[in-house]
Design a protein around this ligand. Sequence first.
Ligand code: IMP
Length: 199
Amino acid sequence: MKVLLASHNKGKIAELQALMHTISPEIEVLSMSDIGFYEEIVEDGSSFADNALIKSRTGARLGYITVADDSGLMVDALDGTPGVYSARYAGEECDTEKNNKKLLQALHGLPAEQRTAKFVSVVACSFPDGREDIVVRGECPGCILTEYRGTGGFGYDPLFWYEPMQKSFAEMSQAEKNQISHRGKAMLKFAEEFAKIKF
Ligand code: IMP
């Protein structure tokens, strides 16, 4: 069976590919570039679920069973922002470094107990035959460091401290991160729902 991952984010594709493989090694995972789709999908929904469904339904319209994740960082001291705007927190022309710098500045001077945050991931799956979408959510609590730690991962990983492992997300191996991350948890729920489907 072929499943399309509707994302252009290389870090996310690598994580989702590994997670799909744990669901079933028989699933052949395709990326948007594998099918020659290079357009930007406009994610203008107001929630993670809206945006995940915009992406998964785009793939389903192209004829593929399509999985998409919409995710982001919600910082308590910033009233849950950047949230759905995590990818473009520092503006339309931003990059990871600008986003991370803006986050450090926004929390400048705040003590550890006021730096709590969570990563959220909503995974959606849509089907070309019109059957009902699957939508599941995973969360991972942590707090925002005052300086970068680690070189792995992507996005806000070097600033996200995960207390139970005493590591930032950027200090974890991909397998460690997938075990406890928001996306890993959402994908586990997704696997349970996907396994119930009769094809
Ligand atoms: P999306 O591609 O619209 O879902 O954007 C999600 C954004 O949230 C990414 O570009 C990152 O900035 C951030 N993000 C989501 N998940 C993670 C993660 O696991 N580590 C670091 N940053 C993440």
